[in-house]
Design a protein around this ligand. Structure first.
Ligand code: ZN
Length: 134
């Protein structure tokens, strides 16, 4: 698989506004923008840092994936996202290897990315996102 870099780290937060004093105020990361991704029932804030980004995830629905995550585990690191050159090729390769996937086909992610999640049972408990950006 052609994995290019660590694209971003997703962090589940109760409220983006309440998390900004940490990530912007203490660590000095610039807020690049906030986008609602209704399909995933989240509001995301992207904060670039070098070649990567911190992605804050605020749930917009307690039944959404981030809402359920926070209810079960509280706030904290939610996923690691790796940028791939060709997400279809990556998914085809993973399926051929029998790797368990959450998304068999790419879906829309924040910032116009195409994303797909691997199942954390396939990756030692870490939720891994693949992401392709043009
Ligand atoms: Zn992400």
């Amino acid at each position: 698989m052609n994995t290019l870099k660590l694209d971003h780290i997703g962090i589940a937060v109760e409220k983006i506004d309440a998390a900004l004093p940490v990530w912007e105020g203490i660590l000095g990361l610039p807020l690049h923008g906030i986008e609602e991704v209704s399909e995933q029932k989240v509001k995301t804030a992207f904060m670039p840092i070098g070649e990567s980004e911190i992605e804050l995830l605020e749930s917009t629905d307690p039944e959404g994936p981030v809402g359920k995550f926070i209810a079960a585990k509280g706030q904290g690191v939610h996923h690691l996202a790796f940028r791939v050159a060709d997400i279809e090729a990556a998914l085809t390769e993973l399926k051929a290897k029998g790797v368990r996937l959450i998304d068999e086909t790419p879906r829309y992610g924040a910032g116009g990315a195409r994303i797909a999640f691997l199942h954390p049972k396939a990756t030692g408990g870490v939720l891994v996102e693949l992401c392709e950006r043009k």
